[in-house]
Design a protein around this ligand. Structure first.
Ligand code: F3S
Length: 65
């Protein structure tokens, strides 16, 4: 699984990096960003799904690989 954030949709709600800090961080303005290359490590799928489900802007895109 791989995660990306659609920068057109992200409004900086911050739930992604609160809920899954191992996958997401924040930029200088509080917008979410994917850490590293966005590939979800083994066991991280649930956190990725929780983060995606809790983004009010539906900005987090999950891609199954
Ligand atoms: Fe942005 Fe959604 Fe995270 S709006 S900061 S991707 S919770």
């Amino acid at each position: 699984m791989k995660v990306t954030i659609d920068p057109q949709r992200c409004q900086g709600h911050g739930r992604c990096y609160d809920l899954a800090p191992e996958l997401f961080g924040e930029d200088d303005e509080g917008y979410g960003r994917v850490l590293g290359d966005g590939v979800v490590p083994p066991g991280g799928e649930r956190a990725a799904r929780v983060a995606a489900a809790n983004c009010p802007e539906r900005a987090i895109v999950l891609a199954e690989e």
